[in-house]
Design a protein around this ligand. Structure first.
Ligand SMILES: Nc1ncnc2c1ncn2[C@@H]1O[C@H](COP(=O)(O)OP(=O)(O)OP(=O)(O)O)[C@@H](O)[C@H]1O
Ligand SMILES: [Mg+2]
Length: 329
């Protein structure tokens, strides 16, 4: 049984997964309310909150699974990429827990974790596939050949991540942080053809993405529109359509270029209903098998870290004490 800890950004999370890949418990303590007043995550505030939450969240995960810490065989933890202070809190907690019982420690890459959200029971999806990973800090298309940490990136954003674009759009529309889900809700009442936002064609093979121009276009449109509720809903719907069009067109192109017959979609933005529906339609048309991450495992959580850990090398006791966290991928 693996106990995993995730603390790379503003969620403090712990989960237990058994040797067969069954999720026994998953606890996510979001700090979103704490950061909302600043309009984004304040790294030092996040680190200090992780420090307060880490142990209670681990205790709760054990309690929810109904097992004692003596049943845990290995401790897994996100080692990067993420906010360095936030990562260090999770890593130090994981090291201490593993050391106390002479257990092995399994360092996991956060992006591998997002992909591994698909590997859990009861409906695991096995590689090979092309993955669209769209989250708050990353947006990339990659070929995945096995369950391990390796992936070959074939396209990625040249500036903002898709989740960041959703969050910044939400902010421009006066919605709170994080704004992806709020923007999707507002867009339901709007006309998605009210505004024509251009989508950038980036990169030589047309597989890269770019969202910063779109954000500027929204800013201009918001200033021009005034700000009544119907107008804001139209802006949200049109902006979301442009974001989704960009993601879908680049993903379908990547499927063509790579010849892959399965598409996996993971990360916080994979929770977006309009994106899920658009990909379902396009994949059905193209004869591509589609695997969408379970809604509960799109945004950051520790279940995906425990899942990835099953396919990572474990560091034996006490070798891991000198292990560092890293901020970038
Ligand atoms: N329904 C939704 N529609 C669009 N975006 C959404 C939705 N739900 C969540 N998001 C976005 O997903 C992002 C959070 O995802 P996630 O937790 O995977 O990112 P992260 O961990 O901050 O970044 P990374 O994984 O790159 O380090 C936020 O930007 C949020 O706005
Ligand atoms: Mg994430």
């Amino acid at each position: 049984m693996i106990l995993a800890i995730e603390s790379s950004c503003d969620e403090t999370a712990a989960a237990l997964v058994d040797d067969g890949g069954r999720l026994l418990s998953s606890v996510v303590a979001s700090q979103a309310d704490l950061h909302a007043r600043y309009g984004g995550v304040v790294p030092e505030v996040a680190s200090r909150r992780h420090l307060e939450l880490c142990v209670p969240v681990v205790e709760r995960a054990l309690e929810d699974a109904g097992v004692g810490f003596d049943r845990v065989d290995a401790v897994a933890v996100t080692e990067g990429p993420g906010l360095i202070g936030a990562l260090l809190v999770g890593l130090a907690t994981a090291k201490a827990l593993a050391f106390a019982r002479r257990l092995p420690l399994i360092p996991v890459g956060h992006l591998h974790g997002h992909v591994a959200s698909l590997y859990l029971e009861p409906e695991p999806v096995a590689p090979p596939f092309l993955v669209l990973l769209a989250s708050g800090g990353h947006t990339l298309l990659a070929e995945v050949d096995d369950h391990g940490p390796g992936m070959r990136v074939v396209g990625q954003t040249l500036d903002d991540a898709a989740g960041e674009a959703f969050d910044q759009g939400a902010r421009l529309l006066g919605l709170g942080y994080p704004g992806g889900a709020a923007l999707e809700r507002l867009a339901r009442d709007g006309d998605d053809h009210a505004h024509e936002f251009a989508v950038a064609m980036a990169g030589r093979e047309g597989l890269d993405l770019s969202f910063s121009g779109l954000k500027t276009a929204l800013r201009t449109a918001v200033l021009a529109a005034g700000g009544d509720d119907a107008g804001r809903a139209d802006l949200a719907a049109s902006y979301q359509r442009a974001l989704v069009r960009s993601l879908v067109s680049r993903t379908m192109r990547a499927l063509e270029v790579t010849g892959r017959d399965t598409l996996a979609v993971v990360g916080g933005v994979a929770a977006n209903g309009v994106l899920r529906a658009a990909l379902e339609q396009e994949c059905a048309r193209a004869g591509v098998r589609l695997a969408l991450a379970p809604l509960a495992l799109c945004s950051d959580n520790a279940a995906m870290i425990a899942s990835a850990a099953r396919f990572c090398a474990a560091l034996p006791y006490p070798e891991y004490l000198a292990r560092d966290a890293y901020a970038t991928a």
